[in-house]
Design a protein around this ligand. Structure first.
Ligand SMILES: Nc1ncnc2c1ncn2[C@@H]1O[C@H](COP(=O)(O)OP(=O)(O)OP(=O)(O)O)[C@@H](O)[C@H]1O
Ligand SMILES: O=P(O)(O)OC[C@H]1O[C@H](OP(=O)(O)OP(=O)(O)O)[C@H](O)[C@@H]1O
Ligand SMILES: O=C(O)c1cccnc1
Ligand SMILES: [Mg+2]
Length: 477
């Protein structure tokens, strides 16, 4: 089985439902599903959408091999041959709309919409959520780290701690989209064109008789990448003085020491002292890099303490999203085609937050005259959004409302597949990264701040709201 052969990268219940639909001859029924998450991660006011590129390539390549089919045969003797024939001919033939990677997104708004034969829509749920949940989570975490250090260099160092190889590379990509500058993972660099950066480890220092010799030899080999790790023995008594000695020698030779890296101890104190020592030696351009279990909270605190660090290597906390290891994105059916029209469908739950919003819908970002985002607005696909005057109301406390005038309604979901054909051209990673920056500029800082952000409104059109109320009433009578 080749690595990218992902047809069976799905939960068994999807295959069971596919079979049961086929057996009941309902497998060609058209359904509309939506993917969304219910709570912004990390107590942030927003998330950064990522994962679409992987979803697109997954769907384009989605075929069942004979090996896959043989495996399924072994698993369940009730499966009939006609089902396997159906799988042999399988390819995605539906419609998929999604927000672009790098979009600033919010809880409870539809991010991906699939209209397809239920046979197809069920199969892809698991993989689609797998990609969206992880990559959106890491991009959102990276965005918090970027906020903690708005002007500094951010390097993703997580591979050794990542939950396996896919997480390392797709996480590196997600971090880059949301504002990181580089990754240490060379494969992510090669695959996605992310700039790569690296220093050296303690082992390099330990491999030489003296620390000074290790720095000197490293500088001779790689003068343009000379960042010396100074904490192997004693940062201020040995590491920094040795780095200065070698840095001055390099200067005489017309080369320049790029930086030093601190990887233990009190990073505030050590960086302040090291900065003084470097400056006094005339090495003002030498950058201080820090690493060691860093996180956005730690970075904010180090800055408060006056740390002289302008470059950060961040591994474990970012790549494992340690403070929230999963984004709870879900995939829910919202409409059924009855041969004539799409009938909205609802999932009721005792937990009010889990009640779905029914209907074949899309989502708009409502921009005011100044180009700032006022709210996101969920409407049925065939609704027109009035741009001269639009009434927005809180879907729970409907008496809370406001009228916005002369707005622009930007549809966030783009057509990606139509009738099974890709109609979306994949943007370059640089385009995604700069689109993300534009996205951030649409919002007032109140919604973006790391601590206790002001909630951004996700509103429903009157028609969507009424549809939800009608179905709620119908099913709870
Ligand atoms: N001045 C500081 N204020 C707040 N947090 C800091 C400060 N300096 C370092 N830290 C953070 O505190 C934690 C210290 O972790 P730990 O005690 O494991 O490291 P260490 O003993 O310094 O180094 P190591 O065990 O890697 O040799 C790290 O997450 C580090 O980033
Ligand atoms: O701390 P992270 O954010 O995950 O960043 C990556 C870490 O990986 C490296 O060393 P490693 O942790 O492997 O060894 P060390 O703890 O002995 O430095 C590096 O020195 C960082 O400390
Ligand atoms: O380049 C580095 O310093 C680096 C890379 C990965 C993990 N730790 C450190
Ligand atoms: Mg460490």
């Amino acid at each position: 089985m080749s690595y990218e052969d992902l047809a069976l990268h799905t939960d068994k219940y999807q295959i069971n439902m596919m079979y049961a639909h086929w057996k009941n001859e309902t497998h060609n029924n058209i359904r509309v599903f939506e993917a969304f998450f219910r709570k912004n991660p990390f107590k942030s006011g927003y998330a950064v959408f990522a994962g679409l590129e992987r979803i697109i390539t997954y769907i384009e390549r989605l075929r069942f091999s004979e090996e896959d089919i043989n495996y399924l045969k072994e698993q369940e003797e009730n499966y009939e041959e006609g089902f396997f024939e159906e799988l042999r001919n399988f390819k995605f033939s539906g419609e998929l709309y999604a927000v672009k990677e790098g979009t600033v997104v919010f809880q409870n708004e539809p991010l991906i919409r699939i209209k397809a034969r239920v046979f197809e829509a069920q199969l892809i749920e698991t993989a689609l959520l797998n990609f969206m949940n992880y990559q959106t989570l890491i991009a959102s975490k990276a965005s918090r780290i970027r906020q903690a250090a708005p002007k500094d260099v951010l390097m993703e160092f997580g591979t050794r701690r990542a939950q396996e190889a896919d997480a390392a590379i797709w996480g590196a990509r997600a971090a880059y989209i949301a504002g990181f500058d580089a990754t240490s993972n060379m494969r992510a660099g090669k695959l996605f064109g992310i700039p790569t950066k690296g220093t050296h480890a303690h082992s390099w220092v330990q491999d030489h008789d003296t620390e000074e010799e290790s720095f000197e030899r490293f500088a001779n080999a790689l003068p343009d990448q000379s960042v010396f790790l100074v904490d192997t023995y004693d940062t201020l008594k040995s590491g920094v003085p040795n780095a200065i000695k070698v840095g001055l020698k390099m200067k005489e030779q017309g080369k320049s020491l790029k930086g030093i890296r601190l990887d233990s101890g009190d990073l505030a104190y050590l960086s302040i002292q090291a900065r003084k020592m470097l400056d006094e030696a005339g090495l003002k351009d030498v950058v201080i890099v820090a690493s060691n279990d860093l996180d956005d909270d730690v970075i904010v605190d180090l800055k408060r303490q006056g740390a002289e660090i302008t470059s950060w290597g961040i591994g474990t906390q970012l790549i494992t999203a340690a403070d929230q290891p999963a984004l709870g994105g879900v995939y829910k059916v919202v409409a059924k085609y009855n041969g004539k029209e799409f009938e909205p469908t609802i999932k009721i739950s005792g937990n009010v937050e889990k009640i779905t919003t029914p209907g074949y819908k899309t989502v708009y970002r409502i921009l005011n005259k100044e180009g700032k985002a006022e709210a996101d607005y969920i409407a049925m696909v065939d609704e027109k959004v009035p741009t001269d005057e639009l009434k927005l109301f809180d879907p729970v406390h409907t008496y809370k409302n406001k009228v916005v005038k002369d707005i622009e309604a930007v549809e966030l979901q783009q057509p990606i597949f139509v009738d099974g054909k890709r109609v979306y051209e994949l943007p370059s990673l640089e385009e995604i990264k700069s689109y993300h920056q534009e996205q951030l500029s649409l919002f007032w800082p109140e919604h973006l701040r790391r601590l206790n952000p002001q909630e951004y409104y996700i509103d429903l059109s009157e028609r969507v709201w009424q549809t939800k109320m009608d179905l709620l009433e119908k099913h709870t009578k």
